[in-house]
Ligand binder design. Structure first.
Ligand code: SF4
Ligand code: F3S
Length: 138
């Protein structure tokens, strides 16, 4: 067993103290979230809701969002969406980046939805339509 000299011991103790301080005061990014994007608008199939283990979907009149503070990044909702509306935050396409802040904003005011309830009546008609943001009802 090696013994530290008093000098080395004090130096090690100082390093541990400084590293601890740096770690404590450095902001740590929250784990990634998943984001509902444009394809959901006017479709709202709601298949995604049943599989979420932490009930983090929030419902508006014609769109769903994910509460980024609740999402645990499990990804099980992704394959459930028939229109592939759900992306990991880092994979949201360039032209849909505004949905990252939109999910956060709308999750603050919309109510939780925990059971699927079927799509909107016009879903089939709108599922392949692009640029639907203007149709989002808040
Ligand atoms: Fe829920 Fe997991 Fe989807 Fe996040 S990634 S919304 S926790 S099912
Ligand atoms: Fe929307 Fe797809 Fe869920 S259309 S409601 S994200 S299943």
């Amino acid at each position: 067993m090696t013994h530290l000299s008093k000098e080395n011991y004090l130096r090690e103790a100082k390093n541990i103290y400084l590293y601890g301080k740096i770690y404590f005061f450095t902001p740590h990014k929250k784990a990634m979230t998943y984001i509902v994007t444009e394809s959901c608008i006017k479709c709202k199939y709601t298949d995604c809701v049943d599989v979420c283990p932490v009930d983090c979907f929030r419902e508006g009149p014609n769109f769903l969002v994910i509460d980024p503070d609740e999402c645990i990044d499990c990804a099980v909702c992704v394959p459930e969406c028939p229109v592939n509306a759900i992306y990991a935050e880092d994979d949201v396409p360039g032209d849909q980046q505004q949905f990252i802040s939109l999910n956060l904003e709308l999750a603050r005011s919309w109510k939780s939805i925990t059971k699927s309830k079927g799509s909107l009546p016009e879903a089939e008609e709108w599922k392949d339509v692009k640029n639907k943001l203007e149709h989002l009802v808040r």
